[in-house]
Design a protein around this ligand. Sequence first.
Ligand code: DGY
Length: 321
Amino acid sequence: MKVLVTGKLPDEIISTLNQRHDVVANRFDFPMPREEVIEQVRDKDGLLCMITDRIDDELMEQAPGLRMIANYGVGYDHIDLASATARGIWVSNTPGVLTDATAEVALALILSVARRVVEGDAIVRTGKFGNWAPMLFLGTEVSGKTLGIVGLGQIGKAVARRAAGFSMRILYHNRSRIPEDEEKALNATYVDLKTLLSESDFVSLHVSLNEQSRHLIGPEELRLMKPTSYLINVSRGPVIDETALVAALQDGRPAGAGLDVYENEPEQAPGLTDLSNVVLLPHVGSATVETRRRMASLAVENLLQGLEGTPPPNRLNCGFR
Ligand code: DGY
């Protein structure tokens, strides 16, 4: 069968796919332009796509033979799932394999923004580290503080487990409460969003992007945060109203932010990059050699099964075939 892979995957993964199918793959490590994806997908049975591709109804309309879309990533807000389902196309993602890597980046952002790691690094590199002094580069201690986790799914829980190592008090808000024994094991207390925002020293976002979570954090929510608190986002950019965040940070409430994702990636809202109280990463939550390899293997496993007509293990839709 014919397969399109829109991102650069390890050679051995492409070779495995090539042994069974006729593969067209992006050889460059930047997104395949949309026109090219549309052109290439026309005669394909399978698509292995990246989170930077918009897989909408218009695109699927151009690919009448498409039966399987394997997403290289866990978030799938870029795929029109309803349209794929209506067309009888399986869609899968790669849950689980990027949990630890993404939780690590949330912790990295918490520590970096609180202890001013990036600012300190710049001072040393630019030869401005004159001497040690009692007040030099004072940050905020992380240990013992309150961490509010919005979205206690796999990644949120992995963040909570790591935060236990810093003796943090864990509050969480979720669509629904997790079982009591899990709450106990994580030492996590369920609260409403307002309480979480007003009591937390660090608020870390781990929800998936959908119509309910778009701009979940806007001007009103930011006003509820403590002036000494920090906002961390490794989920999806549009969960935060980024323009409102810039204004809030300029006013000093919250005290800072650590962001891996942006509302209009790869752009940032005007003013964000001028702020010194933010740490900004280029959407690297899952970017480790180990994790990216596991994501590639899992996406290919799903693709192969879907093409064979077997329900893929990480399917996101069902009810047909
Ligand atoms: C995902 O899998 O959704 C991540 O954002 C990709 O790194």
